[in-house]
Design a protein around this ligand. Structure first.
Ligand code: NAD
Length: 385
């Protein structure tokens, strides 16, 4: 029987088409691509696409996210994988250094770690590469003068913002809440903290599933946008007090803290889908004298019993709940296929010398965005004659 990685690869239709072209054109012939990225089914599809273009691919994972099945699958197909699943930062940093020992011509980075390590131990043949995240951009921007090679930041593409950060995060928030808690959202009051791309998606998905959604954002323009989009935007305290489900998606620390316990409605579920596990101050809440008891349930749900008898349920200890619970799937294949098509095309442009040092820590070129958008739409709609 075919497995889930095979299913994901088969549904990454952009990557499949790019791999077919790469097999003919061999844009990475003779080149090594080094990467440190989450090793899971969708990245497998990306790395095998790069390999189809003639690259020797050397990969290591990130903390806490490496799936052994993905590692085995890649090794079986000739990818060099350094290390396995780990929660040790020291081990991860050592693995990244080992990736750089292969002197990769191109780096596909995730958080700026590999480019940062390259600056500690430079070598001559680095052509440039890509950075997946905003946090990596923030880290690499001040290093542009030292790096002096083209580095394309994928997260800043409008395609990535729309497809993943907005639509996919919204859908996966709804899917994951139901999967983990088995509770309904229809008729419930949901308060979303943050109305950036992620918050817009979460609010829209919850509304689409017949929840009564309100939005809290510290930026008045975002609140206005939420209001014009038809969401309630009450004051923070009122929004908290009314909520049956609170979702944080802000990127900021301690958005929900022990100071909010007095406001919670009995039975509220609190979940974070922002990148860092600090948006809900789980430790501070747990240590509050207002918490009389803590019950752990399977699948990462913790119920806090307050001294007055109210209960508040925290999902996944405040970690991104779309990557938590039983059989977590993360964001949709289509959204990742789009983002990874940007990766493949950007690395191709660097390998073929189409970008310069002026593109060091730069957005995806418009021509690549348009090419990927057209390719995605062409698979679904025939073009006009
Ligand atoms: N779980 C996933 O799969 C996934 C995918 C993509 C992005 N993310 C993460 O989601 C988070 C949000 O991403 P985004 O693209 O929406 O960011 P964004 O910057 O577009 O939006 C964040 C919003 O939160 C608001 N905000 C910040 N602090 C606040 C506070 N204390 N109270 C109320 N509002 C506050 C900001 O004003 C802003 O409008 C980031 O951490 C990002 O890394 C997660």
């Amino acid at each position: 029987m075919k497995n889930r990685i095979d299913w994901v690869r088969q549904n990454c239709r952009l990557l499949l088409a790019i791999a077919e072209e790469f097999r003919r054109e061999r844009p990475f012939a003779g080149k090594t691509i080094g990467t440190g990225i989450h090793l899971e089914p969708k990245t497998v599809a990306l790395l095998l696409t790069l390999q189809a273009g003639g690259a020797k691919v050397v990969a290591t994972g990130n903390l806490n996210t490496t799936q052994q099945s993905a590692v085995d699958y890649l090794i079986d197909r000739g990818v060099t994988v350094i290390g396995g699943p780990t929660r040790s930062l020291a081990e991860q940093l050592a693995n990244q250094r080992r990736v750089l020992e292969y002197r990769p011509d191109l780096i596909l980075d995730n958080g700026g770690d590999l480019f940062g390590a390259y600056l500690q131990d430079r070598y001559a043949n680095l052509l440039g590469g890509t950075e997946e995240t905003t946090s990596g951009r923030l880290r690499l921007q001040p290093l542009r003068k030292e790096l002096r090679v083209p580095i394309i930041v994928i997260n800043d593409s409008l395609i990535k913002q729309l497809a993943e950060n907005e639509h996919a995060v919204g859908q996966s928030a709804l899917e994951s809440f139901i999967r983990i808690t088995n509770r309904a959202v229809n008729g419930q009051r949901v308060t979303v903290f943050g109305y950036g791309a992620g918050g817009r998606g979460v609010a829209a998905s919850m509304r689409g599933a017949d929840a009564k959604v309100s939005v809290v954002d510290r930026d008045p323009l975002k609140r206005l946008r939420a209001h014009l989009d038809g969401f309630d935007t009450p004051a923070r305290a009122a929004a908290l007090a009314s909520a049956d489900l609170i979702v944080t998606v802000t990127g900021s620390p301690s958005v929900i803290s022990a100071a909010d316990l007095a406001l919670f409605k009995d039975g509220v579920v609190i979940a974070n889908i922002g990148h860092f596990p600090f948006e809900i101050d789980v430790a501070g809440i747990g240590a509050s004298t207002e918490v009389a008891n803590r019950d752990q349930f399977e699948d990462g749900i913790e119920s806090l019993v307050l001294t007055d008898g109210r209960r508040a349920h925290v999902v996944a200890e405040g970690h991104m709940f779309n990557l938590a619970g039983p059989r977590p799937m993360g964001n949709s294949i289509e959204s990742m296929d789009l983002g990874f098509a940007l990766q493949a095309r950007s690395l191709e442009a660097v390998a073929l010398g189409k970008l310069t040092a002026a593109d060091c820590v730069a957005p995806v070129p418009r021509a690549i965005d348009e090419r990927v958008a057209n390719a995605f739409l062409d698979l679904r709609y025939p073009r006009d004659a």
